[in-house]
Structure formats: structure tokens, C-alpha cells
Design a protein around this ligand. Structure first.
Ligand code: PNS
Length: 165
């Protein structure tokens, strides 16, 4: 049987418990998962690319019994990256109806660019449905307990980073 490689693309600035939920659940369905961080020099991120890679790698260590997830980066079109890694599967999380319009655009555009690409949506666990990287950044730096929102590996870094800002 062919190995089913699925890509979970995103900015991950930073990775949250919502992302981790999608990664963990999809790793049990597909043979290999690539968490692919978009490199976009025009966008301003809180964390550098290196910091985002290392936070995801350390967060993955917090998941037990999962060894089929790797971290990578890509620039340019996601469909081209998918070809490069021999995958035609994209996975995205859906939190609420408000995500739908943007996600539909993204999926439709990818389909126009490459008809062979299939996007699978997973409903985020309801306990994480309010979490986004932006909302997490909004409450960081004030000493709040972030561990319900982000992996431990991220909580510490986030608190430190926002204090520095
Ligand atoms: O975490 P995000 O920012 O919602 O992720 C968005 C991402 C990275 C999946 C999307 O912007 C993307 O795939 N960008 C690469 C450029 C591309 O392929 N664009 C066509 C689809 S709109």
C-alpha cells in the first residue's frame, strides 16, 4: 500500500493546543504528517522561523507514542511544496463557522492550482475552539497561565518574548 503523507500547513506563530490536537488526531489516520511552516518574508511574525521550528519540535516531544510527524518549511505555493514531498493531502483545522469562508477560499484556490490536491478538515476539539495564535499572543506577557492554550514548550517562550517586547 502507498504511504499516505499529509501536510498540515500554517504560520504557527506560535503553535497552539488547537494545532496540536489536529496534529495528534491526524497522525493516527495518515501514515506520515508533515507540519509545514510557511516562510513569508513579507509578513511580520512574533517568532523567527527557527524559533517556530524549535517550538513545534519540542511540543511534539510532549505527545506520547507519536513518531510519524516531522517539521518542515516551505515558501511559495503550497501545491508545489506538496508535489515536492509526494503528497496530495492537506489537513486544516476548523474551529467555528467564522473560519469557513477563508478556508473555502484557500481550498478552492489550491484546487484551481492543482486539481489533484485534496484538503481534509478536522473539527477542532471544542475545548480549543476559541484558541488562535493571535488571541494567545494577546494574553501573554502578563503572567497568565498559558498551559491550557499552548504546549509547555511554547508557554515559557511566549511569556519571555512578550516581556521583552
Ligand atoms: O496558519 P495560516 O496563516 O492560516 O496558514 C495559511 C497557509 C500557510 C496555509 C496559506 O497561507 C498558504 O498555503 N500559503 C502559501 C501560498 C499559497 O499556496 N497560496 C495559495 C492558497 S491561498
Amino acid at each position: 500500500m502507498k504511504n499516505k503523507v499529509a501536510i498540515i500547513p500554517g504560520s504557527f506563530d506560535p503553535i497552539t493546543n488547537g494545532h496540536m490536537d489536529i496534529i495528534e488526531r491526524s497522525s493516527k489516520i495518515f501514515d506520515e504528517i508533515i507540519v509545514a511552516i510557511l516562510v513569508n518574508p513579507d509578513k511580520k511574525y512574533l517568532f523567527t522561523l527557527e524559533e517556530r521550528i524549535s517550538m513545534i519540535e519540542n511540543s511534539l516531544k510532549e505527545l506520547t507514542g507519536i513518531d510519524n510527524v516531522k517539521v518542515d518549511t516551505f515558501s511559495g505555493l503550497l501545491v508545489n511544496y506538496a508535489k515536492k514531498v509526494n503528497s496530495n493531502i492537506i489537513i486544516r483545522g476548523l474551529r467555528a463557522v467564522s473560519d469557513f469562508e477563508y478556508e473555502m477560499q484557500l481550498t478552492s484556490m489550491n484546487k484551481v492550482l492543482d486539481d489533484g490536491i485534496e484538503t481534509f478538515y478536522m473539527m477542532t476539539n471544542t475545548k480549543y475552539s476559541f484558541i488562535s495564535s493571535s488571541i494567545v499572543k494577546g494574553v501573554s506577557g502578563f503572567g497568565a497561565d498559558l498551559t491550557k492554550l499552548v504546549p509547555k514548550a511554547v508557554a515559557e517562550k511566549l511569556e519571555k518574548k512578550l516581556k521583552e517586547e
